[in-house]
Design a protein around this ligand. Structure first.
Ligand code: S3P
Length: 433
């Protein structure tokens, strides 16, 4: 275990890039593998989760090479795709490690393959719900079996699939993407209705690869495909990683942090909207767009924060940022309420429980609710010894809290940041002035 010790900082000034977007990196490997020809992914996230996606497809006979990969900066990934029907039955069990995105999206692709395969994951992943993807994929005609209950390991015998109309019970981009990927192998389109709009990186990228997916409000129609074609993709920085430094910029006095080239797809920018509502000095500049995925520089400055109510359709637009938003709320002047976020309970940890437990250990006034949390601020924070329990975002939330806490904050298992943000601690070091 890697013990990370964080001490308070007087000011954070500087400019930094953040690693490539995790959601987009996964999708690039998956679509590249089932497209014809070469796909080149630049600024690929070399985090453990995305490396597990690469391994899964290498195990199904796809030639995937990493060029100049540096763990911290990422690098370029070259995929020699073999087309929609080019995957081989894997020799052994596919281990997705900690990665829910790999497990769910891969299930969608495997549902369309004429072989049987088994997916498992690490201890955290083997607690996360899989019925949400199995139910719709089974309806489309896949034969999926779970060893026990609702969790991994699962075995999929895929094949010819049918189109369907489906009302999704949860707003989940992972479930939606699994169904869209399975629809590539169906005999007719799939019509999906989401309770709220979730990130649409699969839809955007699939169109770029020559597939057809229509989006209309909360409805998505996914079409079967004859063939997809490999593409060059420039992956923007991950706003979910930038979120930690946006928050640090707002909370540490006299700070100003510029994050370059961050993805700002509107299905992901809920945190910017919420921070603006809280009165934060945060803005986006130099906006550009590549194949339909916008990116820009995010500038965050030290701010006096007001409390906010967060609920409803904004939740999927900031679901992964709730740990660090909760931290920001501990410094806002008043009561912040987060609701409609029960999904947090089935992330890499039970995040309602872990956010509340960890921020309380650091001195915050925060209480769990059934589907969210209630935070009274501002409260001074005090360093403590905390554990992230296999949850990378809890580790990073604790580290940012440590920058404004009095004394030392010790994260006993800091190595978990490598899941999504290799180089996280080095960036903190470089921004200290
Ligand atoms: C993701 C979707 C979200 C998010 C996860 C990545 C994706 O999960 O929390 O980190 O890449 O599709 P859900 O779709 O389960 O909400």
């Amino acid at each position: 275990m890697m013990k990370a010790v964080i001490t308070p900082v007087r000011q954070l000034i500087g400019e930094t890039a953040v690693p490539g977007d995790k959601s987009i990196s996964h999708r690039g490997v998956m679509l590249g593998a089932i497209a014809k020809g070469t796909t080149r992914l630049s600024h690929f996230l070399a985090g453990e989760d995305c490396l597990n996606t690469i391994k899964a497809f290498q195990g199904m006979g796809i030639d995937i090479r990493m060029e100049n990969i540096e763990k911290e900066q990422g690098g370029t990934v070259l995929i020699h795709g073999k087309g929609l029907h080019g995957l081989k039955k894997p020799a052994g069990v596919i281990d997705v490690g900690n990665s829910g995105t790999t497990a769910r999206l891969l299930s969608g692709i495997l549902a369309g393959q004429p072989f049987s395969s088994t997916i498992t994951g690490d201890e955290s992943m083997r607690k996360r719900p899989m019925a949400r993807v199995i139910e719709p994929l089974s309806r489309m005609g896949a034969d999926i079996r779970l060893a026990a209950g609702n969790t991994l390991p699962l075995t999929i015998q895929g094949g010819r699939l049918k189109g369907m109309e489906y009302d999704m019970p949860v707003a989940s981009a992972q479930v939606k993407s699994a169904i869209i990927l399975a629809a590539l192998y169906a005999d007719s389109p799939v019509v999906l209705r989401q309770p709220a709009r979730s990130r649409n990186h699969t839809e955007v990228m699939l169109r770029h690869f020559g597939g057809r997916v229509d989006e209309k409000g909360k409805a998505v129609t996914a079409f079967p495909a004859e063939e997809l074609y490999g593409q060059d993709i420039q992956i923007p920085g991950d706003i979910s990683s930038a979120a930690f430094f946006i928050t640090a910029g707002l909370l540490v006095p006299d700070s100003r942090i510029i994050m370059k080239g961050v993805g700002i797809n509107p299905t992901r920018t809920g945190i910017v909207d919420v921070y603006k509502q809280m009165g934060a000095k945060v803005r986006i500049e130099n906006i550009n767009s590549s194949y339909g995925e916008p990116a820009g520089d995010i500038i965050a400055e030290y701010s006096t924060l007001s409390p906010v109510d967060i609920s409803g359709s904004i939740i999927p637009r900031l679901i992964d940022e709730i740990p660090v938003i909760a931290l920001a709320a501990t410094q806002a002047h008043g009561t912040t309420v987060i609701r409609d976020a029960a999904e947090l309970k089935v992330k890499e940890s039970n995040r309602i429980d872990m956010i509340v437990r960890t921020l309380r250990a650091l001195g915050a006034d925060i209480r769990a609710a059934d589907d969210g949390m209630i935070i009274h601020g501002p409260t001074p924070l005090t360093g403590s010894i905390v554990t992230c329990r296999m949850d990378h975002r809890i580790a990073m939330m604790s580290a940012i809290a440590g920058l404004i806490a009095e004394g030392e904050t010790v994260i006993t298992d800091g190595e978990w940041v490598d899941i999504s943000f290799p180089g996280f601690f080095e960036i903190i070091q470089n921004l200290r002035s």
